[in-house]
Design a protein around this ligand. Structure first.
Ligand SMILES: Cc1cc2nc3c(=O)[nH]c(=O)nc-3n(C[C@H](O)[C@H](O)[C@H](O)COP(=O)(O)OP(=O)(O)OC[C@H]3O[C@@H](n4cnc5c(N)ncnc54)[C@H](O)[C@@H]3O)c2cc1C
Length: 386
């Protein structure tokens, strides 16, 4: 490790790997610092959409087939025990183990020439002079700093002067279980809308294991462990006895500035997770890539204002997340949730729309425009009892 690099990336998850790969590919001297050694565990459902596949191909090129462990082409949507709707033959969804997925991504960045410093936590950041202070006492300076250090980002914390609140985030609990130990076979992702306030429960298959989780807005839930236990008992008819782990997830509150002073936030550090579906991997890769492109443009002299350029490039993502946050109020609010379930149950096209949203073929903006009138009609029917 040297004392100075053109770019330093804090965090080697999907956002950091995408940024480092893009910079190293263009010959920029870049160093990634991660607090863990790869491969490392990352709590995650591991669901990869067509959006993730497209972003991966644009950034890393070929090799998608090695990135996931299981694929299927449908999903089921439940309200309690009731199967509300389902979709088959949609197009593929992929499920990965983040232990392998993230290790492969960071390896690709390394192969391109990025330096990786592993097992070193960044403890503090001097934004003005772009200095990263490491747990070992060492310091690294850089011209551009990319904060890709996840939901509890040290870099974002420095940018927001420690004023980040947990209330706008979701908290999720998850367990990975041997598929053979469960009372039934899970072949495609199952989403349960009744299992937690302002969130949902999920059961995701992955060859010989199944991932079971619940996640919801932190401020709207009191006892996540009780929600998880009830969810598990109701789905599998027995008490949960294994290991369950928890983690925060950004859920609607993204960083408005996306960084400042040559420091750029990407992925969860910038809050880029869909506040309805919880999808974050695709946006992490995309924003890491966009951050690197903004740095490349600044280095080439084409742009003087790296942060303004980055904000502009991310507007497509942040605009969508802002629409999703509005729609979420309808989907998750106790006052209108029943309407949403009715709409989902009645509509032949709703599951397809959900999948299209996840693949990026439909935007939340288009959804709001197309469905607004239908939902108003449904609301009127409910009120008049027709
Ligand atoms: C329970 C759960 C289920 C989820 N399910 C899905 C899903 O099915 N599909 C989906 O698309 N998204 C899912 N998400 C969201 C997804 O996991 C994140 O959006 C995604 O991991 C963000 O990638 P990232 O690179 O920004 O951050 P991360 O993947 O969190 O990577 C951050 C990296 O930074 C490192 N780091 C952190 N702090 C420091 C520090 N101080 N110094 C040095 N290194 C540091 C960490 O070790 C880590 O390697 C889920 C999240 C949770 C919690």
């Amino acid at each position: 490790m040297k004392n100075h690099y053109t770019a330093v990336v804090v965090g080697g998850g999907p956002a950091g790997s995408a940024a480092a790969h893009t910079l190293a590919k263009s010959g920029v001297e870049v160093c990634v610092v991660d607090r863990f050694r790869f491969p490392r565990q990352k709590l995650c459902g591991g669901l990869l959409t067509q959006r993730a596949k497209k972003n991966y191909a644009a950034i890393f090129g070929p090799g998608w087939e090695e990135m996931y462990d299981y694929r299927c082409n449908g999903a089921k949507f439940f309200d309690g025990e009731r199967l509300v709707n389902s979709i088959y033959n949609y197009g593929e969804l992929y499920l990965c183990d983040r232990y392998r997925f993230d290790a492969r991504l960071i390896d690709k960045a390394r192969q391109r020439g990025a330096e990786l410093v592993q097992g070193e936590r960044v403890t503090a950041v001097d934004l003005r002079h772009r200095v990263c202070k490491l747990q070992s006492g060492k310091e690294i300076t850089c011209r551009y700093l990319i904060g890709a250090d996840g939901v509890n980002s040290v870099v974002a914390n420095a940018i927001h002067n420690g004023k980040t609140s947990r209330n706008g985030k979701a908290f999720a609990l998850e367990a990975t279980l041997p598929a053979a130990a469960l009372s039934r076979k899970i072949a495609e992702p199952e989403i349960y809308f009744d299992s937690i306030e302002w969130g949902y429960g999920w059961i995701f298959p992955r060859n010989d294991v199944v991932v079971v989780g619940v996640g919801g807005l932190f401020s709207k839930n009191r006892d996540f462990r009780a929600s998880f236990n009830t969810f598990y008992r109701n789905r599998f008819g027995s008490e949960f006895a294994g290991v369950v782990k928890g983690h925060f997830v950004p859920f609607g509150e993204y960083s408005r500035g996306m960084g400042r002073d040559g420091v750029l936030l990407a992925g969860d550090a910038a809050g880029l997770v869909d506040p309805i579906t919880g999808e974050g991997i695709a946006y992490a890769m995309q924003s890491g890539w966009l951050a690197a492109q903004s740095v490349l443009e600044a280095l080439s002299g084409k742009s003087k204002y790296v942060n303004a350029e980055y904000r502009k490039r991310c507007a497509e993502i942040t605009g969508e997340l802002a629409y999703a946050a509005k729609i979420r109020n309808f989907l998750f609010s106790p006052a209108t949730r029943a309407l949403f379930i009715t709409a989902l149950a009645r509509s032949a096209s709703a599951p397809r729309r959900y999948m299209e949203l996840m693949s990026g073929e439909l935007t939340y903006r288009e959804l709001l425009k197309n469905s607004g009138r239908k939902l108003l009609r449904l609301a009127a029917d409910k009120i008049t009892g027709t």
